[in-house]
Design a protein around this ligand. Structure first.
Ligand code: HEM
Ligand code: HEM
Length: 222
């Protein structure tokens, strides 16, 4: 008998965050490659990434149960036990190994987008906070910004490989869950479901994130 996959796992804000982030990471490369010399598109794209990341940090503390850092950041022994068991144990949200890869991707993205604020191409374009730091620091952060993208691509490749592994080895379609928000009962611990938080709270977090980015960029000019 075909089972219905109706266990709520990912809330709407987390799903929107994820798929917008994917579009904007692609947008960062496209805007660098095909944007005009002023890199205006690349910069706005970067501010949008920063806003999303800040939103996700806030949502990691006040959001739905599966979105919270406390839910998916596990100690090394739990991660090792999970991997030793063939990464098979069902988990409602991110599994113990996946939790760390999520944290790594978010961390690299924050460094990447943060470094962008100070970077320069040494010719025409600079990040908005470039004038605040010494030229040595600008050189360093510009190198980080150039290299960071490749580190991010490496982590994303690992991310996609892990998703393919779960699909092929355990028949678990994690991508469908990140689209629909639901998992099948066979792939979550019995009797569990995410505790979802209201959308107005997500909207408030987004507004705080957008204001913080705008303020952080503008305040130095006043
Ligand atoms: C996650 C967000 C971002 C990603 C993935 C990203 C990615 C990139 C990439 C791949 C390059 C080309 C580096 C190269 O020369 O090989 C670049 C250059 C650049 N980015 Fe970003 N960027 C992001 C955010 C930002 C932000 C927020 C700013 C500033 C507002 C910014 C400003 C610049 C500038 C000025 C350059 C030219 C520097 C150069 O040519 O070395 N970026 N970025
Ligand atoms: C630029 C590329 C990508 C980045 C930076 C990225 C980043 C992330 C992050 C940060 C999360 C954690 C979500 C959260 O808790 O907020 C995540 C989860 C997830 N991503 Fe991606 N992702 C990328 C591409 C993709 C693609 C192309 C797919 C689908 C083919 C995908 C499928 C998923 C799924 C299914 C999850 C949930 C994993 C789980 O069940 O634990 N991602 N991704």
């Amino acid at each position: 008998m075909k089972q219905t996959c109706d266990i709520p796992v990912w809330d709407i804000p987390t799903r929107l965050f994820h798929w917008l982030l994917v579009l904007l990471v692609a947008g960062a490369w496209l805007s660098y490659k095909f944007g005009d010399v002023t890199m205006t598109w690349h910069k706005w794209n970067g501010y949008a990434v920063l806003t999303l990341l800040l939103f996700r940090l806030l949502w990691g503390f006040v959001g739905s149960s599966t979105a919270r850092f406390g839910d998916f950041i596990k100690g090394p022994f739990t991660v090792l036990r999970y991997l030793h068991g063939g990464a098979r144990a069902p988990s409602l949200g991110h599994n113990p190994a996946g939790g760390w890869s999520v944290l790594a991707m978010l961390g690299v993205l924050i460094v990447q987008a943060g470094a962008g604020l100070f970077t320069t191409d040494d010719i025409l374009v600079s990040g908005p906070l470039n004038f605040l730091v010494s030229s040595d620091t600008v050189d360093f952060l510009s190198s980080i910004h150039r290299l960071g993208y490749y580190v991010l691509l490496g982590l994303v490749a690992l991310h996609l490989a892990a998703l393919a592994f779960h699909r092929l080895a355990h028949g678990e379609n994690l991508v469908r869950a990140m689209i629909s928000g639901n998992k099948c009962p066979a792939h979550v611990p019995p009797g569990t479901a995410a505790v979802l938080r209201p959308l107005w709270l997500a909207a408030l977090c987004l507004a705080i994130a957008a204001f913080t980015v705008w303020f952080g960029i503008s305040v130095w000019r006043w």
